[in-house]
Design a protein around this ligand. Structure first.
Ligand code: IFM
Length: 412
């Protein structure tokens, strides 16, 4: 059994491009057209249907919701802001608050306005100024109603997919560019952190909490060789913790937002770069999501315990599974919540749990196939259907208690 305190934030997360639809002024839209990938098109039509979606979130016992602002919507041309799009997001936030859902607002979730890309995107240091101008405009406009800001979603996933593996736009494979981009993401976060706090101070708004959503994986050695132990140490350092440490060194995190999904089975055989940082093994005996990622709830506990040394509260800004088996979805959620409760009982301060995702949605280069939603979306008619796992999670949101399933010993 696991228990959670009163006031704990329960909810789900989405991002603009993955659910809103017709986000046609950004790099992903162009890239889908150019390449042979499934197109996001109308996505879930959440841009129009958000009120109905938030009604469902409320009905499911949520008291928080994470979503992102589409930068290309609110700043369609360089330095030109669209007041009507900003008004849209004001309405979104109002709709959340009317339903008792605390908004957690992400400012950058993978997509970029086309004008920014033409100016060199995240490779050029100037992006820091562009990002700050956008952040200032949005935070000024929305500060009265928002306490939680996530500056950047999964900075190192952005770097690795776009600039190392080259599978997302702009499909670069350059370590040098990757380093530039990472540096710009970190500096932009630090500057945005200071800017947001400054805005709240000037307006005498007492509380604001700023972080990024850092993707973290559990790195587990395939065997106990010294090389594997070294590889686990290095991957933890460079993929999980270094970015967080750098932000903390600049006093620019109020809490640590973590996105946790899976483990990576580390299998280094030679002391070279590839083996130490990338080589993995496949364990066919572990349950997997529909994209083949290992399901490993223990990893969430392990990471949370490691984060204790930073002495900062944590928010689970994403945790979820894509699967066509809704029983497996519930098992995934339940076991991760038990890990979370265990870490909390050992002194890790956790503010909230946001499931990825409220709705089935557009999973980037994997298209609409993977189903992550608490709510199923029928893409023929955009009808929503609440899944059983969502109702079970709703019980936990209401009671703050996760109950062990009865042991089935074969007698019943
Ligand atoms: O869909 C993504 C999301 O955009 C960022 N975090 C991981 C999710 C599942 O892959």
């Amino acid at each position: 059994m696991g228990t959670f305190p009163k006031g704990f934030l329960w909810g789900a997360a989405t991002s603009s491009y993955q659910v809103e639809g017709n986000n046609n002024n950004c790099d992903w839209w162009e890239w889908e057209k150019k390449t042979n990938h499934e197109q996001s098109g109308a996505a879930c039509r959440h841009y129009e249907l958000y009120e109905q979606d938030f009604d469902l979130a409320k009905e499911l016992g949520h008291n928080a919701h994470r979503f992102s602002i589409g930068w290309s919507r609110v700043e369609p041309q360089e330095g030109v802001f669209s007041e009507s799009e900003i008004e849209h997001y004001r309405r979104v936030i109002r709709a959340l608050k009317e339903r008792g859902l605390e908004p957690v607002v992400t400012l950058h979730h993978f997509t970029n306005p086309l004008w920014l890309v033409k100016l060199g995107g995240w490779e050029k240091n100037k992006v820091q100024d562009y990002f700050l101008r956008y952040v200032k405009k949005i935070v000024d406009a929305l500060s009265q109603d928002v306490r939680f800001w996530i500056t950047i979603n999964e900075p190192l996933i952005y770097v690795s997919h776009c600039y190392i593996m080259g599978v997302w736009p702009p499909q670069e494979k350059s370590t040098w560019k990757a380093k530039q981009v990472e540096n710009n993401l970190l500096k932009s976060h630090i500057k945005a952190y200071n800017l947001i706090h400054g805005i709240y101070r000037n307006k005498n708004i007492p509380s604001v909490f700023v972080s990024f959503a850092k993707n973290m994986q559990a790195f587990v050695p395939y065997n106990n060789s010294w090389l594997n132990k070294l590889a686990v140490y290095l991957r933890n350092k460079f993929f999980n913790f270094e970015f967080v440490e750098q932000a903390i060194n600049k006093s620019s995190l109020d809490f640590i937002g973590i996105n946790y999904y899976s483990r990576s089975l580390v299998n280094a055989k030679n002391p070279g770069f590839h083996d130490l940082f990338l080589r993995t093994a496949n364990d066919e005996n572990i349950k997997k999501n529909s994209l083949g990622w290992d399901i490993y709830p223990q990893g969430l506990y392990d990471l949370l315990v490691k984060l204790k040394k930073f002495k900062l509260p944590v928010m689970i800004s994403e945790n979820g599974i894509c699967t066509s088996d809704d029983n497996l979805r519930w098992e995934y959620i339940r076991e991760h919540l038990k890990s979370l409760a265990q870490a909390m009982s050992e002194g890790v301060e956790v503010w909230g749990y946001l499931y990825w995702s409220l709705l089935d949605n557009f999973e980037w280069d994997k298209g609409f196939g993977p189903r992550f939603g608490l709510i199923e979306v029928d893409y023929q008619n955009y009808k929503r259907n609440v899944r059983g796992s969502a109702r079970k999670l709703a019980e936990v949101c209401r009671t703050g208690v996760v109950i062990e399933p009865p042991i089935n010993n074969g007698t019943n």
